[in-house]
Design a protein around this ligand. Structure first.
Ligand SMILES: C[S@@+](CC[C@H](N)C(=O)[O-])C[C@H]1O[C@@H](n2cnc3c(N)ncnc32)[C@H](O)[C@@H]1O
Length: 274
């Protein structure tokens, strides 16, 4: 008789989504099942928190794209209410290294692509995307841009395959035409699903910023099941969502506390493309 795990596996649907050439596990139906699967199988709370970052230090060093990147952090700013992007989070390191690995293994092509990063924080992901050849717009709240600009300037010197600019983007607000004309090929975000209040505004921005040719890649921290479930429940109405198996991540940067999703906008009458 088939065990429960075998039944769950048999029901998994593997698909290709957007410009990501790997296969992803389709997330459909009841989002509670996805949450139970993630928390039940990955057991995020049992593994090390902040495995790839040190949030009390002033700099994070990481080798990526043949460079030694040095990302400035501002731990003291984290005591100000509402500030979350003044230090790096594991999902940012995981997403950055995933992109590097995916480009090297031919799963993603970033060369010459327009990329918008949401909630860039200290800017590691956007810097890596730029080193991989993309034309990146790194975005965040107005008071986060100073540190973000410093990190872009400090890390993207000399011969960089792509480009990077830093812009304000408050989720839910009208988009600067520079972001949406033309629509980006990729939208990236790490640890941007962390409060229910922000999810609605985040999805409003995603709807405006993405056409059906845009591929969204989000890395999330498995910190709060209710928030992730709320995001999936709401996002599923507008986007097709697939989870990237850890076998496709950078082998040295896997974490049971992180999940990577690929999303593409649904093409239907209620949700028409630009
Ligand atoms: C938890 S931090 C993650 C930072 C970075 N992506 C990383 O992985 O290290 C969330 C980021 O989203 C930004 N953010 C939060 N709410 C936002 C909003 N309403 N509009 C734009 N950015 C927002 C924060 O300023 C912060 O940089």
């Amino acid at each position: 008789m088939a065990g429960e795990e075998e039944v769950a596996e048999a029901e998994d649907v593997m698909v290709k989504l957007g410009s990501y050439r790997g296969t992803v596990r389709l997330v459909s139906g009841d989002p509670t099942e996805e949450i139970m699967l993630l928390w039940g199988i990955q057991q995020p709370t049992l593994s090390k928190h902040n495995a790839f970052v040190c949030q009390s230090s002033l700099q994070l060093h990481l080798d990526a794209c043949g460079r030694s990147l040095s990302i400035l952090q501002s731990p003291s700013s984290m005591s100000s209410p509402g500030v979350t992007g003044a230090v790096m989070w594991d999902s940012g390191v995981v997403l950055g290294k995933f992109l590097e690995h995916a480009v090297e293994s031919g799963m993603i092509l970033l060369q010459g692509k327009k990329v918008v990063e949401l909630g860039s924080g200290c800017g590691l992901v956007g810097c890596i995307a730029s080193l991989l050849g993309a034309q990146v717009i790194l975005t965040d709240l107005p008071d986060r841009l100073r540190l973000l600009k410093k990190n872009v300037e400090a890390n993207l010197y000399g011969d960089v395959k792509g480009s990077a600019t830093v812009n304000e983007l408050i989720w839910g607000d009208n988009l600067d035409p520079e972001m949406s004309e033309p629509l980006p090929g990729y939208v990236l975000g790490s640890d941007v699903i962390y409060s229910e209040e922000a999810v609605t505004d985040l999805l409003t921005t995603l709807l405006e910023l993405c056409g059906t040719q845009t591929t969204i890649i989000f890395a999330g921290e498995l910190r709060n099941d209710a928030v992730l479930e709320y995001f999936l429940e709401t996002a599923m109405k507008l986007f097709i969502i697939g989870r990237v198996d850890q076998s496709q991540w950078h082998p040295d940067y896997c974490s049971p506390r992180v999940v990577i999703y690929v999303l593409v906008k649904k093409q239907n009458r209620e949700n028409e493309d630009h």
